[in-house]
Ligand binder design. Structure first.
Ligand SMILES: Cc1cc2nc3c(=O)[nH]c(=O)nc-3n(C[C@H](O)[C@H](O)[C@H](O)COP(=O)(O)OP(=O)(O)OC[C@H]3O[C@@H](n4cnc5c(N)ncnc54)[C@H](O)[C@@H]3O)c2cc1C
Length: 539
């Protein structure tokens, strides 16, 4: 099939002559492993990444990157690339039969640097991450396949096969990002429980040149005339590539359905006979919603598809994996250099398992709605769709995929004092907002960086700076132009944090809120930091 993409091939890494020992080994240079390695390297942690392949992921994989992922990639220095290449969208339309039922807007409010979503082929994201990892000093070992693992209290030893032989590598910490079929998960015999959906989907990436009748929106059809009885999803990607998902039903023969003679008529029926297109990539998928019982197993920690899987409706797989990386990287970095106790890593499970459950719940509900089980479920679905076309109250009942949103770690053991109501509470990702710095337009999140920050709602205050615990920097936000402060000229920082004048929000290195202090002082800031560093877990 033709491809608009020149797939890179990376040189196989040399084979070490003797066994090695490294503090952190990441298994898998996919979207999640690369993001995690880059984040760790930016925190000063030496990282080795092993991948059995020598390239980025190819074929029909993630395309919808959510706002939170864009914010994380921006923190890692890649935000501009995603925005420049990706197709920005925020409107979704739902069709039933031959009519539009309704449309929705995923980010109705203004004042965010990043949009609700960009669509971008996963291979571009990975290619940029590879380069950023190289620039940050990550050691990437292509064509190094893990074939055995021996885990113990001191870490894990992996046996690695390479084109020139093999070697043993001891990792003080092994981060398993080796994907849905995780060899590490299987080797350790860890149960992976959940649901497999009895349905198949044909995913066709097609190149359409010239004017196309579809705008840059997410379009979802239930029971359209061109594919009766099933559903269809359409998304635009860069390079004139369009993603079309055709629901096929469980009885469909995957090999037969992938043949161009079968696919082309389906696409033509949808686009119209006079729209020229070429197939770029075609696959048939079944989907699973499942997760590991725990993500941390001593010094082996799972992230991304190795830890949990969802159906693609809602774009929650890659996005949640990137959020795993965001959550884990700073914690491990702080543990490794002694700034936090090892118990901090227990909070990875405490925060990311509920996040995985939230994703699995949404994904399961979407899949149940799209693939009703039985006549009663189908009758309910069709009635809801009929109503949704006429009445707003029925629209929340339609589920064509609740699109990825970041999790709020409401019950996290790291959450500290919470001195006011409204706005971003402890556990929530810090919301972005426009600010002015020295008269120039800027964004709040750019100033939160990847360390602990005290976001202080008031003018620069030397006494407060002196009261900050070591490792916490202050960011002052004011409602009038003030030297040395971010000017909240639109009032959106204050509104989104609902902060009282003089209050401070302690923000973690992954830009989640740790605590809200109405009258911050040395003692309350220290207590909030101790808690956010896991010093009280198990104490
Ligand atoms: C059709 C489809 C559409 C999707 N759409 C979206 C979407 O729009 N948005 C979204 O967020 N997500 C989407 N996803 C999900 C997303 O693609 C995955 O969640 C994401 O790729 C997971 O990344 P990962 O790094 O955990 O795993 P992978 O990307 O699978 O990476 C695993 C890596 O581990 C390596 N590896 C495996 N075994 C070994 C071994 N033994 N030794 C060394 N290396 C090994 C592999 O070579 C690979 O590079 C979609 C998935 C599909 C299938």
């Amino acid at each position: 099939m033709p491809s608009t993409y020149a797939q890179p091939r990376y040189p196989a890494a040399p084979t070490p002559a003797a066994p090695e020992r490294r503090p952190v080994v990441v298994a898998g240079a996919g979207l999640v492993g690369l993001t995690l390695a880059l984040d760790l390297a930016r925190h000063g942690v030496p990282v080795v990444v092993l991948d059995e392949d020598d390239t980025v992921s190819f074929g029909s994989r993630a395309i919808c990157f959510a706002k939170r992922t864009l914010e994380i990639q921006a923190r890692l220095g890649l935000g501009a690339r995603f925005l420049a290449k990706g197709i920005t969208w925020k409107t979704g339309r739902v069709f039933h039969g031959d009519r539009e039922a309704y449309a929705f807007d995923l980010l109705p409010e203004e004042g965010h640097e990043h949009p609700a979503f960009v669509n971008l082929q996963q291979y571009y994201a990975e290619e940029w991450l590879v380069q950023a990892c190289i620039d940050a000093g990550v050691e990437l070992r292509w064509k190094h396949k893990i074939t055995r693992i021996l885990a113990d209290d001191a870490g894990a030893t992996v046996i690695v096969d390479t084109p020139d032989g093999g070697y043993a590598l001891h990792a003080d910490w092994l981060l398993a990002c080796d994907g849905a079929r995780s060899f590490i998960r299987e080797s350790l015999g860890l149960p992976f429980t959940g649901q497999v959906f009895r349905d198949r989907f044909l995913i066709a990436d097609v190149v359409i040149k010239g004017d196309v009748a579809f705008p840059t929106e997410r379009w979802f059809w239930f029971d359209p005339p061109f594919h009766p009885g099933q559903s269809v999803l359409l998304h635009k990607q860069p390079d004139d590539v369009w993603r079309i998902d055709f629901q096929l039903g469980w009885e469909a023969d995957p090999e037969e359905e992938k043949r161009p003679e079968k696919v082309i008529p389906r696409v033509r029926a949808m686009l119209g006979a006079d729209v020229p297109f070429e197939l770029e990539w075609v696959s048939v998928y079944t989907f699973r919603c499942r997760r590991l019982e725990r993500f941390r197993h001593g010094r082996v920690i799972f992230a991304g598809d190795a830890a949990h899987q969802v159906s693609p409706f809602g774009a929650r797989g890659g996005n949640s994996g990137v959020q795993d990386a965001d959550n884990l990287a700073w914690k491990l970095a702080f543990v490794l250099d002694g700034r936090a106790p090892e118990t901090l890593l227990d909070s990875y499970d405490a925060e990311r398992i509920p996040a995985a459950d939230e994703n699995i719940l949404h994904s399961t509900r979407s899949t149940d709605f799209i693939t009703p089980k039985g006549d009663a479920a189908r009758a309910y679905r069709d009635a809801v769709l009929e109503l949704a076309a006429r009445h707003g109250f029925a629209r929340p009942l339609v589920n064509s995929g609740r699109l990825s949103r970041p999790s709020t770690y409401t019950a996290s053991p790291l959450n500290g004092a919470d001195d006011w109501q409204g706005g971003a509470a402890p556990g929530a990702p810090a919301p972005d907002a426009p600010v002015l710095l020295d008269g120039r337009p800027d964004w709040l999140l750019r100033h939160l960086g990847d360390g602990f920050r005290a976001l202080v709602f008031g003018p620069p205050d030397a006494a407060l700076v002196a009261a900050l615990p070591q490792g916490v920097a202050a960011v002052f936000v004011t409602d009038v132009e003030t030297p040395g402060a971010l000017w909240d000229h639109a009032g959106l920082v204050a509104a989104r944090f609902a902060a009282p004048r003089g209050g401070a929000v302690l923000v973690r290195p992954d830009q989640h809120v740790a605590a809200r202090l109405a009258t911050p002082d040395a003692a309350s800031l220290r207590a909030a930091l101790d808690r956010a560093l896991g010093r009280e877990i198990g104490a």
